[in-house]
Write a protein that binds this ligand. Structure first.
Ligand code: COA
Length: 313
């Protein structure tokens, strides 16, 4: 269904900045990745999205194509990122049908909540295979095309540079996350993988960066990883920005990283979470953000500041 562009991309980006560019995206029928691709297509790109479910992937491709008149978006189903052969076939089809690959988003992921005591070795391996090996397969298959495209449209010499890859990661491994051993290990690997692509392919004109979304509303990920909030409560107020993220927040970050505004950003992790991961250790005795908003004073602990007579702050 056509969506109003204001729902998925900010107005500050110029129409047509990605004209004639082609983006290849794994996990492209998921809520976040489809939003990223929709924004790029709206701004001029053509796209190839891949996924496991044939009907969903083909349907999503048609839906994304409504973002711009004349857009070409192909959906390749029955593609499992765990199989290099499967990803390579999709990349070959993309190049055959759309002519090239300028940008790549390695976005396919799988996740669920489980303590280690209920996480079989195969369950752990499954998430490593989808998130980490799948990201490697995606990068491995796309990089030759990205290098070709970067030679044609090098960063710095063109207002529309090519040869960029974004890995979708998470912030789960920054401080550790209970029930997420599998995803923590996988996403730590994804971050390391992106750095390696930067080091080895940067000299060939490639930029490789990570986007790490926080909790993003209306996504399958949130359905799987968080309980529904009780009516009248806002569990997301513990995020410094005071709300959950939107798909548009991630799409905007994607447009930035693929645009020539990010020419010198390489090997970087762009966390888009409203500051969420920074508050993970706050809130037990001095609930965040209520304590700050109510102007409370710290009491009931040792080492409290002694008030000097007549002193302010
Ligand atoms: N808790 C514990 N173990 C689980 C689990 C859960 N909630 N869900 C699946 N597993 C285990 C399975 O039992 C199996 O292990 P076993 O063989 O020892 O029993 C293993 O994980 C693989 O499960 P299976 O269903 O065969 O794998 P799959 O390849 O069909 O599916 C998943 C992969 C499990 C990641 C599935 O959730 C998926 O397809 N996810 C994609 C969408 C998604 O997660 N999106 C959100 C991204 S944030």
């Amino acid at each position: 269904m056509p969506q109003d562009p204001s729902e998925y991309v900010s107005k500050i980006f110029k129409d047509g900045i990605f004209k004639d560019k082609v983006v290849f995206c794994t996990g492209g029928n998921g809520s976040i990745c489809s939003g990223q691709v929709r924004a790029l297509v709206h701004l001029g790109a053509n796209a190839c999205i891949v996924g496991r479910n044939v009907e969903k992937t083909e349907g999503m491709a048609k839906d994304i194509a409504t973002a711009r008149e004349g857009a070409k978006v192909i959906g390749i189903g029955a593609c499992d990122v765990r199989s290099m052969e499967s990803v390579q076939k999709a990349v070959d089809t993309c190049v055959k049908e759309l002519g090239r690959i300028d940008f790549c988003i390695a976005g396919a992921a799988g996740n669920f909540l489980a303590p280690m005591s209920q996480l079989s070795s195969n369950a752990f391996k499954t998430v490593i295979d989808i998130d980490l090996i799948g990201s490697y397969n995606c990068a491995k298959a796309c990089l030759p095309e990205l290098v070709k495209a970067a030679k044609e449209h090098p960063t710095g010499e063109s207002t529309v540079p090519s040869g960029r890859i974004i890995f979708i990661s998470a912030t789960l491994h920054y401080g550790g996350t209970v029930l997420q051993t599998h995803a923590v290990a996988a996403k730590a690997g994804v971050d390391a993988l992106s750095s390696q692509v930067c080091i080895e392919y940067g000299p060939l004109g490639i930029t490789s960066n990570v986007i790490s979304p926080g909790p993003i509303g209306g996504t399958e990920g949130m359905d799987r990883l968080a309980k529904k909030a009780k009516e009248g409560t806002n569990p997301w107020k513990v995020i410094p920005s005071g709300r959950m993220g939107k798909v548009k927040d991630i799409a905007d970050a994607t447009v930035y990283l693929f645009s020539d505004a990010a020419n010198y950003v390489n090997g970087e992790v762009l966390v888009v979470d409203g500051g969420a991961w920074r508050t993970t250790s706050t809130g037990r005795d001095f609930p965040y953000p209520d304590f700050l908003l109510e102007g409370g004073s710290v009491e009931g602990v040792g080492g409290m500041k002694k008030q000097k007579s007549g002193s302010k702050l």
